[in-house]
Design a protein around this ligand. Structure first.
Ligand code: COA
Length: 168
């Protein structure tokens, strides 16, 4: 069965607020997650989701709501979820630099972009990482997605590791 998801029916230029996600937010988050995946797949078809992806992700995300090493945050405008981000602590026991944060996803509903919601979601997650004793944070960015590249560089991220891939 296809995972339930919803697209917020309302949006506005009104104030927004942030809070940790609750189980009732999952359909709205899945809607945003699909929007994010579709954007990335349009830039690089190798990122196209398979038919099981949404069901897998909704179960995985539900588990993350109770995971003390992860944070799922939503942005609300007029009680509608218009953005979310999801980050996790990555254990790196062998590196002198130690554990780091990893931001798996961030997406703001298209109509709500450009109001500072993405910056605020990122700021919330960075503060949460700091509260866990984590000061370095990583994110994987689709090379072909210029908006994503620009956003992350504005947030202060620079090149670090590079993923190489071979297909035969
Ligand atoms: C990337 C995204 C999360 C930004 O959210 P947003 O709420 O529109 O961003 P903000 O309004 O908080 O902008 C923060 C900064 O990023 C910059 N920025 C945001 N989108 C940008 C774009 N498309 N092109 C260039 N710069 C951009 C803004 O100029 C702003 O900088 P400033 O504060 O110095 O002016 C949002 O565009 C989005 O959800 N995109 C689709 C999904 C995606 O690509 N996610 C990232 C991949 S993980």
């Amino acid at each position: 069965m296809e995972a339930a998801f919803s697209r917020s029916a309302c949006w506005s230029m009104s104030e927004f607020s942030l809070r940790p996600a609750r189980p009732g937010d999952l359909p709205a988050i899945i809607g945003l997650w699909r929007e994010l995946q579709d954007i990335n797949a349009a830039f690089d078809s190798r990122l196209t989701l398979n038919s099981e992806a949404a069901n897998w992700f909704v179960n995985y995300l539900e588990e993350q709501l109770d995971n003390t090493s992860a944070a799922v945050v939503v942005a609300e405008q007029e009680e509608c979820v218009v953005g979310y981000t999801f980050g996790q602590v990555m254990r790196r026991p062998t590196l002198l630099s130690g554990d780091c944060g990893y931001i798996a996803d961030i997406c703001v509903q298209s109509e709500a972009r450009g109001q500072g919601i993405g910056r605020s979601l990122h700021g919330w997650l960075r503060a949460w990482f700091v509260a866990q004793g984590i000061t370095a944070v990583e994110v994987q960015v689709v090379r072909a997605n210029p908006a994503s590249q620009a956003f992350w560089r504005k947030m202060g991220y620079n090149d670090f590791l590079r993923t190489l891939r071979s297909e035969s």
